[in-house]
Each structure stands twice: as structure tokens, then as C-alpha cells.
Design a protein around this ligand. Sequence first.
Ligand code: ADP
Length: 239
Amino acid sequence: MKVGEPEKFIVKGKRLDGRKLDELREIKIEAGILKRADGSAYVEWGGNKVMAACYGPREVHPRHLARSDKAILRCTYNMAPFSVSDRKRPGPDRRSREISKVTREALEPVVFTNLFPRTAIDVFIEVLQANAGTRCTGIAAASVALADAGIPMRDLVPSCAAGKVGGEIVLDLFDVEDNFGEADLPVAMIPRKNEITLLQMDGNLTQEEFEKALKLAMEGCIKVYELQKEALRRKYGGA
Ligand code: ADP
């Protein structure tokens, strides 16, 4: 057993933070909180605190990156040095580059980039506090920030993970479960099309467990989707 590893993850059907197996952590989403960004969102998701800011469509620098047929979408995921228990060395690293890339791939299918040739749409995701599931929190925040910037989109992109701890498939792992659990499966999707735009897996699952976890994560996405829409309605009104 590793240092800090709990003896049991599930006691009497409840997880170590008191949640049921298919229960999300508490999620709060607020749209439009940064004055200088074209669009922004702040998301608290359990112990995660994540800010997303969107700029654009705007001129592309460096210019050679510009595309004559569409806007380029650029996503930058960054973790603040104080966001984790041991100070994180500032600046990009392999993990943040990977998360930036998968975030862009998760969001790009919903953005009408063809409407803004020769421009860039930039999304910055800043993790202020991390407690597992920051890529999902970042994608959920970024998609609200894009909507808040008025970027035309087919849909919002909610994101949520499921995983395996103590032999059970559970929704939305928190840090102890993520660190010592058996698998983690982050998912992002386009609800209107029922299409998946992010699917990663850390750990091992049987095919049956994988299917169960994927279904659970997609159900989690739909709950996150409702909260994203609510946040936009709170700011802009309407049904
Ligand atoms: P995600 O946050 O999407 O679950 P990972 O699975 O890579 O991404 O990371 C899981 C968790 O591990 C993070 O949310 C964070 O709480 C923690 N973590 C990540 N990087 C570091 C780091 N450099 N130092 C300490 N903890 C970290």
C-alpha cells in the first residue's frame, strides 16, 4: 500500500467524501466574470477552481498560422504554482501541453470556425486549485467562456469523468480516488449530436466495465450541460 492510500474506497455504499457511486461533486458555474476578456467563465467543481478566458475572433500572431478558410482555435491549459499541494513549477510541461491539445480537439467540432477566416480564437484555462478532473472542469469552463464571447457554436461541450475505485465504477473521481483508484475515464461530448469529442483512459477496465463507465460519464456530462446552460441563462436571461 502506498502512503496515503485508504484501506477502503467504499463503505456501506458511500465513497470517502460521502457521495453515492453515481453522484457528482458540487458544481458552480458563473459566466462572464472577467472584464477584459471577450468571454469568460469560472467553475468550482468539488475542490477544483478553474477560470477560462476567451479572446477573439482576432488577428493571428504569428501571421503564418492564419488559415484562409477558417479561424484557428488555440487552447492553453495552465496550472498555477499554488494549485496543488507541492508547488508546481510554473510554465508549460508535457501534461499541460497534452491537456491543451485534447481541450482544443474537444471544443473545435462545435465552433463555426469557417465563419471567421484568417482569425484566431484563443482560450486560456487557468487552474487555481486542483483536485482531480481539472481537464473536464477546464473544458466545461472553456465552452461557457466561448459562448459568453458570442462565438457561434453548434452546442456547448460538457465534460465529466467516470472511473473505477475499490472494484466499483464511480462518477467523477476526487483526488484520493484519482491517485489510488484503478481507472479514470474523462469524457467530453456534444449533447445535441450525442457525439464524443474527448475520450481518454488511465488504468485498466474490462470491456463491460468500460461500457458502464462510459455510460455513467456521459450521464454526468448531461448534468454538467444543464449547469452550463443555467449559468448562461443567469447572465443573459431567456429560456
Ligand atoms: P485531471 O486534473 O484532468 O484529472 P490528471 O489525471 O493528470 O488530470 O491529474 C489528476 C490530479 O492530480 C490533478 O487534478 C491534480 O489534483 C493532481 N496533479 C496534477 N499535476 C500535479 C502536480 N504537478 N503536482 C501535484 N499534483 C498534481
